[in-house]
Design a protein around this ligand. Structure first.
Ligand code: PHE
Length: 338
């Protein structure tokens, strides 16, 4: 019996098999327990002999099981280590770093510039009411200038904003007639244009508004000249043109010369050689009044910058549609951080 048990222990390949052997030989129904239980039936002089023998066999089997158990356990650990080992010589997977979209870069640059001049940044809804988009900007329902901006209407009173200017009225209302107001508003705007190289039904603007006592046209000129120089460098020419917006009086438009110089010479863009980048002017007294400011005490200037135009000039992009088609070959040309 002892030899048989020891043989089985030796040949056990797993902890489970070993446990089965233990139960079979040492368990409650095993042969040794049976022998010990049957002691009562033996002659008194046989009992110590048989008892000692049974105990010896049991101890031997027990000892052998424990030894084998250790070996099997170590084997399990070794296998586990083997399986979970990491091959540190494998080359790593490259981490792909995304780039900032060129429009994001221009907006961030402009924001930093205006924050440095003491402006705060505001944002407004893209679904706007007819009141803020037109009426509060001195464009009553029958005003012919509404034709200038063919709009996406959602209902009679709601539309996709055609410019960021509604935030002029919204911001002034919040100030309850007290200056100073000094904000810029970056955001998306929508117009019913047919898309081509220079027109998109969706584009971005940065609105600016300053209202306080004694604000003059020269403040607007100085601010916009600084902006243009910072964006395009000292060498670019800037041109002011008289213009018209119902919400500013007088109104101006600013063009940047689109002469682009590389190492080996300069080229001029098609057309007039100038690209319009923004419109602006002195806030119309009606606009101040409707939003709770007294035009006797307060004056202000406002402007609206076309973000795509700036990006096209800065990076030499010839088609506005590139900004929205999300071709990674286009986007990859812009560094993650400038
Ligand atoms: N909202 C005008 C436009 O979209 C630009 C503008 C803004 C003009 C502020 C004057 C003052 O064309």
């Amino acid at each position: 019996l002892k030899q048989e048990a020891l043989g089985k222990i030796e040949s056990s390949q797993s902890l489970k098999e070993l446990n089965d052997v233990r139960v079979a030989y040492l368990g409650k129904k095993g042969p040794i327990t049976e022998v010990l239980r049957g002691m009562g039936k033996l002659a008194p002089e046989e009992r110590p002999v048989i008892g000692a023998l049974a105990n010896e066999v049991r101890a031997a089997i027990q000892e052998q099981i424990e030894a084998k158990q250790k070996i099997l356990e170590e084997k399990v650990i070794a296998e586990k280590l083997q399986k979970e080992s990491i091959d540190i010589t494998l080359p790593g997977r490259p981490i792909v770093q995304g780039n900032h979209h060129p429009l994001t870069k221009i907006i961030e640059e402009a924001e930093n510039l205006f924050i440095g001049l003491g402006y705060t940044i505001a944002e407004g809804p893209e679904v706007e009411t007819d009141y803020y988009n037109f009426e509060a900007l001195n464009l009553p329902k029958d005003h012919p200038a509404r034709d200038m901006q063919d709009s996406f209407y959602i209902s009679e009173e709601l539309l996709l904003r055609t410019h960021t200017s509604p935030m002029q009225a919204r911001t002034m209302e919040k100030h309850e007639g007290k200056g100073p107001v000094k904000i810029i508003v970056p955001g998306k705007v929508y117009r019913r244009d047919d898309d081509d190289a220079t027109h998109s039904h969706q584009f971005m603007q940065i609105e600016g508004l300053v209202v306080d006592e004694g604000i003059r046209m020269s403040d607007l000129k100085g601010t916009l000249a600084l902006f243009a120089k910072k964006m395009f460098g000292e060498e670019r020419d800037i041109r002011y043109r008289p213009s018209f917006f119902p919400f500013t009086e007088p109104s101006v438009e600013i063009d940047i010369s689109c002469k682009i110089c590389h190492g080996d010479g300069c080229s001029v863009c098609k057309g007039t050689g100038w690209i319009e980048i923004l419109g602006g002017g002195m806030v119309h007294p009606n606009v101040l009044r409707m939003s709770g400011f007294d035009p006797e005490n307060y004056t202000g200037f406002a402007f609206g910058i076309g973000v795509e135009r700036i990006a096209m000039l800065r990076y030499g992009i010839d088609d506005i549609r590139h900004f929205y088609t999300n071709d990674v070959r286009f986007l990859k040309q812009f560094s993650p951080v400038e």
